[in-house]
Design a protein around this ligand. Structure first.
Ligand code: F6P
Length: 308
């Protein structure tokens, strides 16, 4: 997200616009946590994980009073347009705010889950997948040396993008994700086929939002029926949300940051910027939040072919 913040600030300077950073997300907008940003305010943040603006979810913005206070703060400072970075919750709030107060807003998709409609990739997804791949490769080393079955839980509360991508990239024997249910019996079937063909190490990637439960639950259910393997569970957790961003994420965020500023300058509003098939596209907030992005069908297909 820092790369996007940097791009927004620098694009504003390029087009001779004033730019103010709002800290702590919508909460800061309500509390008046604002700071003028200049070209050098965003130096050396391109390679840093997290966000220098410390954005976070806000309960206050869900209330009419909170949004009214936020609007008054913007007016006081002469702020006449907004760029918000986040996911579904951020854009739902942005859409309501725009409807209520008529202030133009463009959203930039930033979530490791990649589950937003209107863009091929969201900021953070590639970096999170790389973190998972690095961790699973390390787990594979010990899985190889013993007859063990590993369950690795990755993030994705409602979405299996990280699970699918990292599963393909690490050669997982099975990938459990919310969008395509796999029963425990189906999973055992896959494991047995692997064992019959002398597979010596098996790693199952489980998205936290999988219908069978997280990795601990899946492991427990498998163990109850399939006890001749020693099972191990790793929950990767928040390491997926941090770290130095990949080159892909830095470029994507830079591109979206510039496109968001240019969109506002050209009268775009109430929409999310995305990159689809290498083209900048604006999708209305309402569409972005109401439609569901689905994992790539071709990737789902090849994952099955390759996991034998
Ligand atoms: O919504 C994105 C996400 O990364 C989910 O995959 C994950 O469940 C959640 O955020 C974690 O959020 P928090 O840091 O608030 O626990």
């Amino acid at each position: 997200m820092n790369a996007a913040i940097r791009a927004v600030v620098r694009a504003c300077m390029y087009y001779e616009l004033e730019c103010t950073g709002i800290f702590r997300g919508y909460d800061g907008m309500i509390d008046g946590d604002y700071k003028k940003l200049h070209v050098r305010s965003v130096s050396k943040i391109l390679g840093r994980g997290g966000t220098v603006l410390k954005s976070a979810r806000s309960m206050g913005f869900m209330t009419k009073e909170g949004r009214q206070k936020a609007f008054e703060n913007l007016q006081e400072r002469g702020i006449d347009a907004l760029i918000t970075i986040g996911g579904n919750g951020t854009f739902t709030g942005a859409h309501i705010f725009q409807e209520e107060f008529g202030i133009p807003i463009i959203g930039i998709p930033g979530t490791i889950d990649n589950d937003l409609f209107g863009t091929d990739n969201t900021i953070g997804f590639d970096t999170a997948c790389n973190t998972v791949v690095e961790a699973v490769d390390k787990i594979r080393d010990t899985a190889n040396s013993h007859n063990r079955l590993f369950f690795v839980e990755v993030m994705g509360r409602d979405a299996g993008f990280i699970a699918l991508r990292s599963g393909i990239a690490t050669g997982a024997i099975a990938i459990m994700l919310p969008e395509e249910e796999m029963s425990i019996d189906g999973l055992i079937d896959v494991l047995e086929k692997g064992a019959a063909s002398n597979k010596t190490s098996s790693i199952v990637i489980v998205a936290e939002g999988d219908a069978n439960g997280g990795a601990y639950e899946v492991a427990q259910k498998v163990n109850a029926k399939y006890s001749h393997y020693e099972t191990k569970v790793t929950v990767l957790g928040h390491i997926q949300r941090g770290g130095s961003p990949s080159h892909w994420d830095r470029v994507l965020a830079s591109r979206m940051g510039v496109a968001a500023v240019e969109g506002l300058v050209n009268g775009k509003s109430d929409a999310m910027i995305g990159v689809i098939n290498d083209k900048d596209e604006f999708t209305p907030f309402l569409e972005a939040i109401s439609k569901k992005a689905m994992p790539n069908k071709e990737e789902l297909r090849i994952a099955k072919i390759l996991s034998i």
